[in-house]
Design a protein around this ligand. Structure first.
Ligand code: PLZ
Length: 449
């Protein structure tokens, strides 16, 4: 390697540096090993093998330094190897690694729950419990809602993504690759339309009203509101393509839930923790969920997720009815406390807004002279472009453009029900010059067509 760096974190040189083609020879060797040891079901966005990461870069085994517009899918919001996270985890790993919180508790778990009760939308009394993954959080939120309401039906939306376990895969909208061949699915899950402004048949102006009316009509006529335990929605659909529901849609659905005793569950697994320029995306329209699920950005990459919600709902479940061996592992809890300190002290909510203010105007300028950019959207550091065949709304495959970015040392992710969305989730600590450089690479990749 050209640098003497032995650690990741923000002290890594904040530069794009290509020493070999991407992927380089050592990464290709490792990838060949991966292909014989790991099944192809576990995909690979960019086959470079990582040695270090921090700030806005990822360094690979060939010494290349790539610009990171992915944050490990919205996880390393505070950056990789963030100092407060590293320090707390390092101390904890030396003290004790696990007791199981249900067997013999420790303070950090309680401290994380207190923090989430305070930081999530709404000033009502709340409770939180901790699990390991986003999917596990959503599963548990539904369990709580069913227990508290005594009802069974669960409503999810078009373009929704909630995980890969049986229930959350069933809640997920897209068949390939998430559901194909994996049935039968969980019972009592129903799907209704999402207010997707770019693709709403009558255009964006009446999208919120019409989509909400259709969703509510389906719930009342096809399921019966009195049978519905919960409505589960992402405040911005993540895997579905960074779809911001037309303004007014979320509050209307939340109000309908309130009026009908339905638990409104906001899945903020991807949108949470300063990502969208708010601590949580629901805040943008002042929506207060009954239960909110969080994961990803919560612990800087250590496996942790949370279910936070109204005390009366969470307290309804009998003693011992919730839990798991690893949920709220002490290393993950220390990491989460380090993340929350970092967001607050380094003002990362403001920093996310700043990133949006740099990205959106540049992407809109690209859109003006490039007809494959059909839509530019997003909030804070959760930004996307939806690609179309010029002059139509027919999807243009995002993977082609992503590959060109990867070859130039810019890690971007794709998304979208139609596979035609490029999404950008830079770490909130990425320096401006890398953001600008990444956008220039992207511009060239889009224009090369
Ligand atoms: N809810 C809103 O975005 C995870 C999926 C990666 P887990 N999204 C990334 C993949 O292809 O598996 C996600 C999400 C929302 C739930 C989840 C599930 O979170 O931590 O992956 O279980």
């Amino acid at each position: 390697m050209s640098t003497a760096t032995t650690h990741g974190g923000p002290q890594l040189p904040q530069e794009r540096r290509l020493l070999t083609e991407i992927p380089g020879p050592r990464s290709r060797e490792l990838f060949a090993r991966k292909q014989t040891a790991v099944p192809p079901g576990i995909g690979t966005t960019l086959p470079v093998f990582v040695t270090h990461a921090g700030g806005g870069v990822i360094v690979d085994v060939d010494g290349n330094s790539l610009i990171d517009f992915g944050s490990g899918i919205a996880v390393t919001n505070v950056g990789n190897a963030a100092p407060r996270v590293v320090e707390r985890v390092r101390k904890q790993v030396a003290d004790f690694t696990h007791t199981c919180f249900m067997v013999a508790p420790y303070e950090s778990y309680v401290a994380v729950c207190e923090k989430l009760n305070e930081l999530t939308p709404g000033d009502h009394e709340k409770r939180t419990f901790l699990v390991n993954s986003g999917a596990e959080a959503v599963e548990n939120a539904v369990k709580v809602a069913r227990h508290a309401t005594g009802r069974q039906a669960v409503v999810a939306f078009d373009h929704g993504y909630h995980g890969r376990t049986l229930l959350t895969m069933t809640l997920t909208a897209k068949s390939m690759p998430y559901k194909h061949g994996f049935g039968p699915f969980a019972p009592e899950v129903y799907r209704v339309p999402l207010a997707y402004p770019f693709r709403w048949p009558t255009g964006p102006d009446n999208c919120a009203e019409e989509a909400a009316a259709q969703a509510i009509d389906m719930i009342t006529k096809q399921i019966g509101a009195e049978n519905v335990a919960a409505v589960v929605i992402e405040p911005i659909a993540g895997e579905g393509g960074f779809i911001e529901p037309a303004r007014g849609f979320l509050p209307r659905i939340a109000e309908f839930c309130r009026a009908n005793g339905i638990v409104f569950i906001a899945d903020e697994v991807q949108t949470g923790f300063a990502r969208t320029g708010h601590m949580f995306a629901c805040e943008d329209e002042g929506v207060v969920p009954d239960i909110i699920t969080t994961a990803k950005g919560i612990a800087g990459g250590l496996p942790l997720a949370a279910v936070t919600g109204r005390a009366d709902l969470l307290d309804h479940v009998h003693g011992g009815g919730l839990g798991g061996t690893y949920g709220g592992n002490p290393l993950a809890c220390e990491a989460a406390l380090g993340v929350l300190e970092t967001i607050e002290q380094d003002k990362l909510v403001e920093r996310a807004r700043h990133i949006g203010e740099i990205m959106l105007p540049r992407l809109r300028a690209i859109q003006e002279h490039n007809p494959i950019v059909g839509d530019v959207r997003g909030r804070g550091a959760m930004i996307a472009v939806e690609l179309v065949k010029p002059g139509t709304k027919e999807p243009y495959p995002a993977a082609d453009i992503a590959r060109r970015c990867h070859e130039q040392g810019l890690l971007v992710l794709t998304a979208g029900t139609y596979g035609n969305v490029l999404r950008f989730l830079p770490p909130l600590v990425i320096p401006d010059h890398l953001l600008e450089e990444g956008l220039s690479i992207l511009e060239k990749a889009l224009n090369a067509d």
